[in-house]
Write a protein that binds this ligand. Structure first.
Ligand code: CO
Length: 178
């Protein structure tokens, strides 16, 4: 396992579209392991391979809620319902925070690290993270789709107002970084 450097907004690397994974082999597994390590080191909740400069449709998510990390290969959103609007941040956007409208329910289809098709439903924070990370695979960065950006002081105040987010921020200060 190795820690890899994260590309930062507005590097044009982050606007590139990632390609489908076709080989579920050692090279993919090394990439996944490096993504786990880099995500944990940076205390984020999600990371896409493009953030490490690898244009493959690979995502690792870890909400730190005790149910382990999720690996998504070639994910696609197959169903959405409703909307929610929450403040987001990103591992590639240090110090940037902003509000993005997302579905409040998503169903995704993806492959696991062995190339087996899987489905997962998500609501609330996990639905946001699925959408945010899949956006990365399409070269879309949250500051470019946010309807309102806020400064760090406002972001901290917002986290203090929201008990769920406050609890999570205190636990590892990692909840807001995707
Ligand atoms: Co991000």
């Amino acid at each position: 396992m190795a820690l890899r450097n994260v590309f930062n907004y507005p590097d044009e690397m982050l606007n590139k579209k990632s390609r489908e994974v076709t080989a579920f082999d050692d090279r993919l597994w090394v990439l996944l392991d490096d993504m786990h390590e880099t995500l944990t080191h940076n205390e984020g909740v999600g990371i896409a391979a493009v953030q490490l400069g690898i244009l493959r449709r690979v995502i690792v998510i870890d909400l730190d809620e005790g149910d382990g990390a999720i690996e998504l290969i070639n994910p696609e959103i197959v169903q959405t319902k409703g909307t929610q609007r929450e403040m987001e941040g990103c591992l590639s956007c240090p110090g940037l925070w902003g509000y993005v409208e997302r579905p409040d329910y998503v169903k995704i289809r993806y492959m696991n690290r062995y190339g087996k098709e899987q489905f997962q439903e998500a609501t609330d924070l996990l639905a946001i993270v699925f959408c945010h990370e899949i956006d990365h695979l399409n070269g879309i960065m949250f500051p470019d789709i946010a309807d309102e950006m806020v400064d760090e002081a406002e972001a901290e105040a917002e986290m203090e107002k929201n008990p769920r987010r406050r609890r999570k921020m205190r636990r590892k200060k990692k909840k807001m970084k995707r």
